[in-house]
Design a protein around this ligand. Sequence first.
Ligand SMILES: CC(C)(COP(=O)(O)OP(=O)(O)OC[C@H]1O[C@@H](n2cnc3c(N)ncnc32)[C@H](O)[C@@H]1OP(=O)(O)O)[C@@H](O)C(=O)NCCC(=O)NCCSC(=O)C[C@H](O)C(=O)O
Ligand SMILES: [Mg+2]
Length: 278
Amino acid sequence: MTPSDYPAGYAPRSLLYVPGSNARALEKAGGLAADMLIIDLEDAVPADRKTEARAAMRAAMRAAVTAGFPGKRVAVRVNATGSAEQADDVAAIAGLTLDAVVLPKVDAPSDLDPLRGLGLPVLAMIETPAAIYAAREIAADTAVAGLIAGLNDLAHELKLPDGMDRGAMSHAIQAIILAARAGGVWCFDGVYNTIDDGAGFANEAAEGRRLGFDGKTLIHPSQVGPCNTAFAPSAREIAAAEALVAAATGGAQRHEGRMIEDMHVAAARALLERAGRA
Ligand SMILES: CC(C)(COP(=O)(O)OP(=O)(O)OC[C@H]1O[C@@H](n2cnc3c(N)ncnc32)[C@H](O)[C@@H]1OP(=O)(O)O)[C@@H](O)C(=O)NCCC(=O)NCCSC(=O)C[C@H](O)C(=O)O
Ligand SMILES: [Mg+2]
């Protein structure tokens, strides 16, 4: 499977942030294999360039209708509820053809209120201790299509001495995944800041998939391909799933030295469907 034939109805594997204030990045983004682009109006954009970024985002979206972002899902990250910038961001995205809006620093379902009138699915960012405790209610909100772990902000809020220390944040990371699964919505892992560390990125992406995330948020084009690979079923997984489905007779049975039951068959079928092999 290649990124271009990845089924559009499935969760995006790779979600690339593109700063609204970076004209070259906006131009380049359309040619990248990310499943979703997130045009950022929040932290990637300096405070004195917010107006410019909104205008560039609108221009990019208008271009996207014809040729700008072919075959891609596109979201915009607005500024947080309570910020001075949010009302202008919401006005700027009103009427655009977007697949989602990303809302940072969601601490409670009421933070979603300013976005409800847009009628767009919300990807809610969980990036504070309060949000970890409220994640279940946030994921259960009908406006929410997914949760995104905001681990830079969470590490900052937790006052972690080593910054992005996933071991120190393991409880929080699993709380995000649990809340998303309980609410029946997608969940996406946080970003990997060390741009030039390809091996470190691959390890973290693989860990994210193993923990149960549907995909990962990204900051650089070099992370897109490895991310798509990490979150797509591998040839080994596909072969194992096909063998399991073929062998299944219902109920508990021995298969290749282990017990399988109906949930294992369901998981194998889901993997094959996601791989386009069902
Ligand atoms: C991180 C960067 C600032 C690095 O920039 P730079 O060193 O200039 O990149 P390169 O020279 O290596 O870029 C090579 C080419 O790729 C293009 N590029 C770079 N990044 C992107 C991108 N994100 N999307 C599209 N294209 C990109 C460059 O223009 C170069 O193109 P070319 O001229 O053809 O060679 C930079 O990568 C960057 O700004 N990344 C995104 C940062 C961002 O959006 N941050 C906010 C989201 S992360 C976050 O907030 C997480 C969360 O909230 C949390 O709390 O954790
Ligand atoms: Mg953040």
